[in-house]
Design a protein around this ligand. Structure first.
Ligand SMILES: CC(=O)N[C@H]1[C@@H](OP(=O)(O)OP(=O)(O)OC[C@H]2O[C@@H](n3ccc(=O)[nH]c3=O)[C@H](O)[C@@H]2O)O[C@H](CO)[C@@H](O)[C@@H]1O
Ligand SMILES: C=C(OP(=O)(O)O)C(=O)O
Length: 416
């Protein structure tokens, strides 16, 4: 089992390139299965979720050819609709194979998705949507079996704002007969990115990025070229790491607009930000101030940044309150951080964090992707040595994190 060993105390300095967005890329690969000719996707992040998804597509009979950050996907050879359950259950985004296979082949059988253990993560809204298009579903022995004679457009209202359900229904509806209207949709940048890719393939999707998406079904989709948008959560991670270590870092290759909620909170804390066209410079002067944070769907403060900003709040002056509105189980990591001297109390969906002046290195277990990244930031800001195990969670979503941090002057190494 690999571990990260971090000796804290070095302020991060320099420029860090941001990779393609995990949550966009994991939907775009399944979307490519809808086309009857190859698609070429670039700016693909080199992360384990993408490797696993590529393996599942190959297992189904698709051709996947990856060179660095570019991948070519050809789906005409697909002859199985049953990805290995042990793979599908390892990651959240395997649920996009349901929408994609249903759309093109009218059939799929997929293990219930896994992903970060951050609370209850049902997929009832996905299933409600598929059924509204005419599919029949059966869940047996942990496998979702879904079939349709044909898919017919419908009016679907989501009871909760869900990224996964919004994207999955775009996948399922874009080749359905007639028009589908999706209401109460997620508006995250990755929803827009997937719609852009599908429209590039010949789909007719309007309104992605707003509450209502209209999809007029088309018969055929063709492959196209697409570049994945930058990962705003990876960018936010390095921004917080820069601030937590009192560094001076330029986060480059990003879309600053996607980070507005994160920037607003950092500015409120006293972080100095300079925004360029595709970059943000992050610096600090003196101790940061405590602030309250409430997570919300986009354009609100992203839940995926909650664990990361918590480390900064833990080192700030005063008491901060975090309200986690998306996942009720996303505070487990605070128990690990307490080993470093972090002061926090959790009650339901609220965490009260009392800022301390210093934290100290400890042996920590990464409990999920962002928890692991938060532990890295804490280790970089702490006095002494921090050891983090179960880093496979971190590698699900961060490309070469230790190399990028080392290039910024961090003392971090990966050991077997
Ligand atoms: C692969 C991927 O893109 N993962 C992201 C995606 O996860 P994911 O797509 O799983 O998250 P959703 O947006 O669907 O979940 C939002 C909320 O809706 C609830 N819900 C969701 C679907 C459903 O059918 N029923 C239901 O009740 C969930 O329990 C949660 O409380 O969006 C989350 C919210 O921004 C992010 O934290 C994840 O990083
Ligand atoms: C929760 C996350 O990922 P996933 O939905 O893939 O588990 C995340 O990216 O923070």
């Amino acid at each position: 089992m690999d571990k990260f060993i971090i000796t804290g105390g070095n302020p991060l300095k320099g420029t860090v390139p941001i990779s393609g967005a995990k949550n966009s890329a994991v939907a775009i690969l399944p979307a490519a299965l809808l086309a009857d000719s190859p698609s070429i996707i670039d700016n693909l992040p080199d992360i384990s979720d993408i490797k696993l998804l590529s393996e599942m597509i190959e297992y189904l009979g698709g051709k996947v050819n990856r060179k660095g950050h570019e991948i070519c996907i050809e789906a005409n050879g697909i002859n199985s609709f049953y990805p290995p359950p042990e793979c599908a259950s390892q990651m959240r985004a395997s649920y996009y194979l349901i929408g994609a296979l249903l759309s093109r082949f009218k059939e799929a059988a997929i293990a219930m998705p896994g992903g970060c253990n951050i609370g209850v993560r049902p997929i009832d809204q996905h299933i409600k949507g598929f059924e509204a298009l005419g599919a029949k579903t059966l869940i047996e022995h942990g496998i979702i079996k879904i079939k349709a004679d044909k898919l017919i457009g419908n009016h679907i209202y989501f009871d909760v704002v869900s990224v996964g359900a919004t994207i999955n229904l775009m996948l399922a509806a874009c080749k359905a007969e007639g028009t589908t209207i999706l209401e109460n949709c997620a508006k995250e940048p990755h929803v827009v990115d997937v719609a852009t890719f599908l429209n590039g393939m010949g789909a007719n999707i309007k309104g992605a990025g707003t509450d209502t998406i209209k999809i007029i079904g088309v018969q055929d989709l063709h492959g196209c070229r697409h570049s994945v948008i930058p990962d705003q959560i990876e960018a936010g991670t390095y921004m917080v790491a820069a601030a937590a270590t009192g560094g001076d870092v330029v986060v480059r290759g990003i879309i600053p607009k996607h980070l507005e909620a994160v920037m607003a909170k950092l500015i409120e804390m006293g972080v100095i930000l300079e925004e360029g066209e595709d970059e943000i410079r992050v610096r600090t002067k003196g101790r940061l101030k405590a602030v309250d944070v409430k997570t919300l769907p986009y354009p609100g403060f992203p839940t995926d940044m909650q664990q990361l900003i918590a480390v900064l709040l833990a080192l700030s002056e005063g008491v901060s309150i975090i309200t986690e509105n998306v996942y009720e189980g996303r505070f487990k990591y605070l128990d690990e951080l307490k080993k470093m001297g972090v002061k926090a109390k959790v009650e339901g969906r609220t965490a009260v964090i009392e800022g301390v002046e210093r934290i100290t290195g400890a042996h920590l277990v990464a409990t999920d992707l962002r928890a692991g990244a938060a532990m890295i930031i804490a280790g970089l800001a702490a006095q002494g040595v921090t050891e983090i195990s179960h880093i496979e969670y971190i590698e699900r979503g961060y490309e070469s994190i230790e190399k990028k941090l080392r290039a910024l002057g961090a003392d971090i190494k990966k050991i077997k």
